[in-house]
Every structure is written in C-alpha cells, then in structure tokens.
Design a protein around this ligand. Sequence first.
Ligand SMILES: NC(=O)c1ccc[n+]([C@@H]2O[C@H](COP(=O)([O-])OP(=O)(O)OC[C@H]3O[C@@H](n4cnc5c(N)ncnc54)[C@H](OP(=O)(O)O)[C@@H]3O)[C@@H](O)[C@H]2O)c1
Length: 91
Amino acid sequence: MMQTPIKASKTVIITGGNSGLGYYCAQAIAQSCTNWQIIIASRNLPRVEEAVQQLTAETNYSFIEGMTLDLASLASVRQFVQDFQTREHPP
Ligand SMILES: NC(=O)c1ccc[n+]([C@@H]2O[C@H](COP(=O)([O-])OP(=O)(O)OC[C@H]3O[C@@H](n4cnc5c(N)ncnc54)[C@H](OP(=O)(O)O)[C@@H]3O)[C@@H](O)[C@H]2O)c1
C-alpha cells in the first residue's frame, strides 16, 4: 500500500484523463509518484468522477481529483482556469 504525504508539491493536469491513454497516464503517475496532485480534466463530469473513484481505489493514491473541461469550448477553458485558481494547488 502506497503512503501519500499530507501536501502535494506539484500539479499535473491530464486532459481526457477519464479514459484511454489519459487514464493510464494518470494511473502510472499515481503508482510512481508520492506527492503530485493529479487533476483529471474532461468534459463529462459523471465520467470524470467515476474515473477518479476507480483510480483512487486501484492505486490507493489520495491526490487525485476531477474537474470539468471541454477543450472544444473557450468558455469552458476559461471557467476551468478560474476553478483551478480557486483550488490553490501547487504549480
Ligand atoms: N501519436 C500517437 O501515436 C498516438 C497514439 C494513440 C493515441 N494518440 C492520441 O492520444 C489521444 C488519446 O487517445 P485515446 O486513444 O486515449 O483516446 P480516447 O480513448 O478517445 O480518449 C479521449 C479522451 O479525451 C476526452 N475528450 C475528447 N474530447 C474532449 C474535449 N473536447 N474536451 C476534453 N476532453 C475531451 C475524452 O473524454 P470523453 O470520455 O468525454 O469522451 C476521453 O477521455 C488522442 O488525441 C489520440 O489521437 C496518439
């Protein structure tokens, strides 16, 4: 079982991270890093939340969260930036 520290030191945002290559990229990071905050950013919130739950269960890594981001919409990209800034994650 991997122990995670209390605070993350770095943030990685994985677009399209709820499936396919993005999902497995998130899984690989969670299995090999101890203190990176992983953000799964994709356009469908229920699918994002499901992926976060599954990744957390598979890896026992606690720094994983989901955010909504539709890269086909500039309004969604701007909203994502605003939401991200309020979360005060590390760089
Ligand atoms: N260079 C290479 O050799 C190579 C090889 C394989 C793949 N790729 C590329 O790598 C990427 C991922 O491949 P994959 O097979 O993992 O694809 P995939 O299974 O189709 O996954 C695509 C992911 O992107 C998300 N997505 C699609 N449109 C989006 C949008 N407008 N905003 C935000 N997220 C969006 C999807 O979310 P939803 O669940 O909401 O659809 C899904 O999570 C693709 O761009 C593919 O072309 C490159």
